[in-house]
Ligand binder design. Structure first.
Ligand SMILES: Cc1ncc(COP(=O)(O)O)c(C=O)c1O
Length: 434
């Protein structure tokens, strides 16, 4: 596949932006090639600057559950943009989107719109600290919550030892307030709360982890988080930036039947525009400025065009349950087919899927923890990724990312993908046998 123009564009971009990109994973550093520059997208397909066509399973990292450039969403954006792009003043569309989110997610009694998932999680952490008057937060290995200082922290050597910054520029002094436990380890949660429960402001978790491949939270683990936080006056924050309106119209909390105190949103809530949101219990949200002393603001927050895209997306999802049925069915066909094809070629593989997000791990299953994910053969992944890209299948360039399927994906798309996978697995076979 000829990607000469993308390569030229990348060379130029590297002189202009760090790594040539505005978000690191796009630079394809892990997979030893250069990224296609995307020129346009429609439905389940994207086209690069050289005119190559791909079946897209990245979906802008999650938002495009209806497929790219869905007619209703594009129309809403076009119509709204005619009346101005941003006012920095209240507009009716903000309330319309807030009403829709609060109707679909009953634990969200009030919501605040922001501009990204990172902003949502940073703000929710501040809200938890401000509301409880405590500083410590708890998170889990393998979960990603954006690039806020308090969340770019990795575990210390023991449960109670000080966390360490996972990025330069994050003060070690701040890291000491973030404790990191193993995902899906309910016992560790009980033990920690038994020791210092009354110092913990909040626990933040991806109810289905989508940033270590896909690893579903075990119901008992999530229930334990709910019970322990409640018992100790801490807040439970479900980070549904990825899972929100993806795994279910009522989000992961709807699937599991667990009501967190706060929820963060991003991706689908903006329908492809830069939107995030956080919300939850009214008594907590009423502490946010201007009502209370927890400060948080945004010049472009709630801008009409972004609100219109999110609203059109949620309305489409709500009015036609067929979107979830189709996306989930296509995702099941895809991951089951990938597992079968890998098995036929004698390649160790496991798959996880929740709704329309899934993952193929190059590891023996089950994959239930971050340690399990880390057993994956990254070299195999890289070869698989490159083989698929050359055959017109656009996957996320990392073993630790999810496959996103949308309602625009057809059985034909899945068949093409599985055909490509069979070919690629054949080429990987000798390597496994060696
Ligand atoms: C679960 C989760 N939280 C937060 C974020 C950060 O969102 P953003 O990239 O919009 O800042 C992401 C991004 O992928 C995410 O998956």
């Amino acid at each position: 596949m000829d990607r000469a123009k993308s390569e030229r564009l990348f060379e130029e971009a590297k002189k202009l932006m760090p790594g040539g990109v505005n978000s690191p994973v796009r630079a394809y550093g892990n997979v030893g090639t250069t990224p296609p520059f995307i020129a346009r997208a429609k439905g389940s397909r994207v086209w690069d600057a050289d005119g190559n066509e791909y079946v897209d399973y990245v979906g802008s990292w999650g938002p495009m559950i209806l497929g790219h450039a869905h007619d209703a969403v594009v129309e809403a954006v076009r119509e709204t943009a005619k009346n101005g792009l941003s006012f920095g003043a209240p507009c009716e569309l903000e309330s319309e989107l807030a009403k829709t989110v609060e109707r679909l997610v009953p634990s969200v009694e009030m919501v605040r719109m922001v501009n990204s998932g990172t902003e949502a999680t940073m703000s929710a952490i501040r809200a938890a600290r401000g509301f409880t008057g405590r500083d410590r937060i708890v998170k889990f290995e393998g979960c990603y919550h954006g690039h806020g200082d308090s969340l770019l922290i990795k575990a210390g050597s023991g449960m109670l030892t000080t966390g360490r910054p996972s990025s330069k520029g994050v003060p070690a002094d701040l890291a000491k307030y973030t404790l990191t436990l193993q995902y899906n380890d309910a016992e560790a949660v009980r033990e920690l709360f038994g020791k210092i429960g009354d110092e913990i402001a909040g626990v933040i978790v991806e109810p289905v982890a989508g940033n270590m491949g896909v690893v579903p939270g075990k119901p008992e683990f999530l229930r334990t988080l709910s019970e322990e936080t409640r018992k100790h006056g801490a807040l439970l924050i479900f980070d549904e930036v990825m899972t929100g309106f993806r795994v279910d119209l009522h989000c992961a909390q709807g699937l599991y039947g667990i009501e967190p105190d706060l929820t963060t949103f991003g991706k689908i809530v903006g329908g492809g525009m830069p939107v995030g949101a956080y919300g939850g219990r009214a008594d907590v949200m009423k502490q946010i400025a201007p009502l209370g002393g927890i400060y948080q603001a945004g010049t472009l927050s709630g801008n009409p065009v972004a609100m219109a895209a999110g609203l059109a997306t949620l309305r489409e999802l709500e009015s036609d349950p067929g979107h979830y049925a189709t996306a989930d069915a296509r995702a099941a066909e895809l991951v089951d087919g990938l597992k079968r094809a890998a098995g036929k070629a004698g390649i160790p593989a496991a798959v996880n899927r929740v709704g329309s997000m899934g993952c193929l791990f190059f590891a023996e299953g089950p994959v239930e923890t971050f340690a399990d994910v880390q057993r994956s053969d990254l070299d195999l992944f890289k070869r698989y990724f490159l083989g698929m890209l050359d055959r017109g299948i656009y996957l996320a360039p990392s073993q630790f990312e999810a496959i996103f399927v949308g309602s625009a994906h057809t059985s034909g798309d899945v068949a093409k993908t599985l055909e490509a996978a069979e070919e690629v697995f054949e080429t990987l076979k000798p390597q496994v046998e060696r």
